[in-house]
Design a protein around this ligand. Structure first.
Ligand SMILES: Cc1ncc(COP(=O)(O)O)c(C=O)c1O
Length: 428
């Protein structure tokens, strides 16, 4: 197995990044790898090292990098102009495709990032219900807004439902507007609703929270409780949308929220995200449809960008083809099962957690069903990720994303690299 070798010019770029970027990076990933190109399920760094890529741009590249049909669709639009601020045909057709495919989507509003989509979804729920509070789950990721950054990754254990801010610079008052419950714990949700239901506009949830599957009945229970108490249910499908099934986790699990947010896959690798939901709720984006005080102002220079929409539309077309999801799931299952076997043989106290399109290890033997039980040994995780990177497996700190482009050969290479990394991990 050839290990990654960084070149002098890559070292120079890393040094330059340290000089001009805070923490030497864009805030996203380990800074020592600088990726120059990608094709299918592989990427190459500026030194020419090839990796099997399970980062997938943090999820958007579900059909693989530089898919020839996506590239052609994008090139065609780029030649005609890249942004107009008016309606454009690709954006309208992408919205129509989302309405056809996503059960909760009567109407769609485009924005440029998942963070923005979540921010507006929460504001939309507040406008519709005329209430201020939001209930979210500990460890649930809903972007970088003041509201999203409540108990996303708390370093200390707080008492439910009081949130812990994840960032400096968030006004103290925001803490009073967010309530937090443990994922997969309907009893706690119900007790919070009993006390606060007339102040709560919505529950926002990742239907599959990071790597944690919803326990049977959890999402349906949230649906029942929100209906009972007259509260909106928002699914954050920025990750799960069109990844778990065509139409998203709401199709996969058969529970339909009032509003959902979408991102990543629907932009085909370009900045595009969306809020989608019931027509009477989405009407708040329409000045003519609601009273002046109920109108939700929302404007974005690049919203519905035609290049991004062309990439998204083509990506969805590829995903609609027979066998696409079967292939993604088969690849993911082969990796999960392979990792599990290697861990067991090596006697390592870790488990493979997640579902076929996205999963990772948790260095812990406890069952994983909420944020606290999913934490595991972070140092061990970092060390293994470093060993894998050396062996030319690129992944996020806490996730493997599987694409339609990963091949049986990629799976074999990955399992060999994983076995080699684990052997070194055990020895050192
Ligand atoms: C569930 C979820 N919601 C929202 C976001 C934010 O999306 P973006 O990075 O496009 O702002 C992410 C990003 O990873 C996410 O995983």
């Amino acid at each position: 197995m050839t290990e990654r070798k960084p070149s002098d010019s890559e070292h120079d770029l890393v040094d330059l990044a340290r000089r001009v970027l805070p923490a030497g990076g864009f805030g996203n990933m380990a800074q020592e790898v600088i990726i120059a190109s990608g094709r299918g399920g592989r990427v190459w760094d500026v030194s020419g090292n090839e990796y099997i890529d399970y980062l997938l741009g943090s999820g958007p590249m579900l059909v693989g990098h530089a898919h020839p049909e996506v590239v052609a669709a994008v090139e065609e639009q780029v030649r005609k102009g890249t942004t107009f601020f008016t309606n454009n045909e690709h954006g309208i057709r992408l919205a129509a495709e989302i309405v056809d495919a996503v059960p909760c989507a009567d109407k769609v509003r485009f924005v440029s990032s998942g963070s923005e989509a979540d921010l507006y979804a929460l504001r939309l729920a507040r406008a519709f219900k005329r209430r201020d509070k939001i209930l979210k789950f500990e460890g649930g990721y809903h972007g970088m807004s003041d509201y999203g950054l409540m108990s996303l990754a708390p370093k200390r254990v707080g008492n439910f439902p009081r949130p812990i801010p994840d960032s400096a610079g968030i006004p103290k008052s925001v803490q009073d507007e967010v309530l937090v419950a443990p994922f997969n714990d309907l009893a706690t949700v119900e007790s919070i609703l009993r006390e606060h239901h007339d102040e709560i506009a919505a529950i926002i949830v990742e239907p599959f929270q990071r790597l944690i599957a919803p326990q049977p009945g959890f999402l349906a229970g949230l649906r029942r409780l929100t209906e009972e108490y007259g509260i909106l249910l928002i699914f954050d499908e920025v990750v799960t949308g069109f990844r778990f099934a065509y139409g998203g986790a709401q199709k996969y699990y058969g529970v339909v929220p009032d509003i959902c947010t979408l991102g990543k896959t629907i932009g085909g690798g370009f900045p595009l995200a969306a809020i989608a939901g019931r027509a009477d709720i989405m009407a708040h984006f329409d000045k003519a449809a609601v009273a002046a005080d109920d109108f939700l102002m929302q404007i974005g220079t690049l919203s519905g960008n035609p290049v991004a929409a062309a990439a998204g539309l083509k990506t969805l077309e590829i995903l609609r083809r027979p066998g696409a999801y079967e292939s993604i799931f088969a690849t993911g299952r082969a990796l999960m099962e392979g990792f599990d076997k290697i861990l067991q043989t090596a006697g390592i106290k870790a488990r493979v957690v997640g579902d076929a399109p996205m999963f990772d290890l948790v260095f812990s033997e406890r069952p994983v069903n909420d944020y606290r039980s999913a934490i595991g040994d972070q140092d061990a995780m970092k060390r293994l990720n470093g060993l894998l990177r050396q062996r030319r497996i690129l992944k996020g700190e806490g996730k493997y994303y599987v694409s339609l482009a990963h091949t049986a050969e990629d799976v074999r290479f990955t399992l060999d690299a994983f076995a080699s990394a684990i052997a070194t991990f055990v020895r050192t």
